[in-house]
Design a protein around this ligand. Structure first.
Ligand SMILES: NC(=O)c1ccc[n+]([C@@H]2O[C@H](COP(=O)([O-])OP(=O)(O)OC[C@H]3O[C@@H](n4cnc5c(N)ncnc54)[C@H](O)[C@@H]3O)[C@@H](O)[C@H]2O)c1
Length: 307
């Protein structure tokens, strides 16, 4: 792969601007494309704010970032195109059909979808383009969270799968390979298995939402950076793991639809921090403080990684 790449990031929102920042910080040229002029325009300011929070002077990084509303010119000489537009299958399918038309024949085509199978996103593509389509699932905030899940479909070429993985390594990320294109990949399946149970506990009146957060943060959440679930199972021993599962598996939530509690909250406009009320109540100051503390703590753990 070339030393200096041209990366094209489609979507300048929460994820797109941060993904662009990572490429620009590594010295690559990045073009960010978004049809919304207002969102596009503030992307460099958001990158500058992120960098300042990290104690990095933004000038050299911002010099690598270019903005456009025109997809055709954005993709024209890209080595990799990363899509970070809203989580809607038909939008992504249509976008990739256009990207495949505009991007060079060697370009890697990557989607940052959270949970949609990459195979479905590539349904409108030719065999050649499908072979270059791969999932790159970054985590928010992408400039701080190290993991990127690299997802291959049955059509993805080995060369694209491997070179995407190597590229992310070279950017200083911690990529992992996901060999089967299952909905939600690895991280979101694990995360939402826990959210399903957490919401169910609240809906059943076992505890309130704040208590769920306290339990996680004051117990196994503290261990997670140092002890993954597989390590933990081996640490306590598989005999105990099996005994625990025999007792609690029959009682755990196994709903196949979102909990009714979410509908009830949403019907009242309780969207979360944005509206001041979700599973918990939020003042603007509290919401701002959560976001600020999250960024500062993540910056600290990037500086002092657990392993
Ligand atoms: N927010 C997260 O924590 C997170 C984490 C990982 C992955 N993701 C995934 O990343 C993707 C983007 O999420 P986000 O949170 O950044 O969304 P966002 O709403 O902040 O940004 C999406 C951007 O895409 C733009 N857009 C819409 N249609 C477009 C089009 N056709 N072409 C180009 N740009 C278009 C919008 O103007 C907007 O700026 C989604 O698939 C999401 O599921 C999100």
């Amino acid at each position: 792969m070339k030393e200096k790449l041209h990366a094209c990031v489609i979507g300048a929102g929460l994820m797109g601007h941060g993904i662009a920042q990572v490429f620009a910080q590594a010295g690559h040229k990045v073009t960010i494309c978004d049809p919304d002029a207002a969102i596009l325009e503030v992307a460099p300011q958001r990158v500058a704010h992120n960098l300042e929070q990290m104690g990095i002077s933004p000038g050299a990084v911002l010099a690598n970032i270019f903005l456009t509303q025109d997809l055709k010119s954005a993709a024209a000489d890209a080595d990799i195109v990363i899509e970070a537009i809203p989580e809607r299958l038909e939008l992504k399918q249509k976008l990739f059909a256009e990207i495949a038309e505009y991007a060079p024949e060697h370009a890697i085509l990557a989607s940052n979808t959270s949970v949609i199978p990459i195979t479905s996103i590539g349904e409108l593509l030719s065999d050649d383009a499908r072979a270059r389509l791969v999932g790159t699932h970054w985590w928010n905030p992408p400039h701080l969270v190290p993991l990127v899940e690299v997802v291959r479909t049955e059509y993805t070429s080995e060369a694209v799968f491997e070179s995407t993985f190597q590229l992310l390594l070279s950017l200083g990320k911690s990529p992992v390979k996901v060999y089967r294109d299952v909905p939600g990949f690895i991280g979101n399946r694990l995360q939402h298995a826990m959210w399903r149970e957490a919401i169910s506990l609240v809906a059943q009146g076992v505890c309130d939402a704040e208590t769920v957060d306290t339990v996680v943060k004051q117990s196994f959440g503290m261990r997670l950076p140092f002890l993954g679930p597989m390590e933990n199972a081996d640490l306590v021993g598989l005999t105990l793991a099996k005994q625990v599962h025999q007792v609690i598996f029959p009682d755990l939530c196994n709903d196949t639809q979102p909990n009714r509690l979410l509908d009830q909250l949403l019907e009242h406009g309780h969207e979360g921090m944005r509206s001041g009320q979700g599973l918990r109540a939020w003042t603007q100051e509290q919401a701002d403080e959560v976001r600020k503390q999250l960024a500062l703590r993540l910056i600290d753990s990037v500086k002092h990684p657990a392993s």
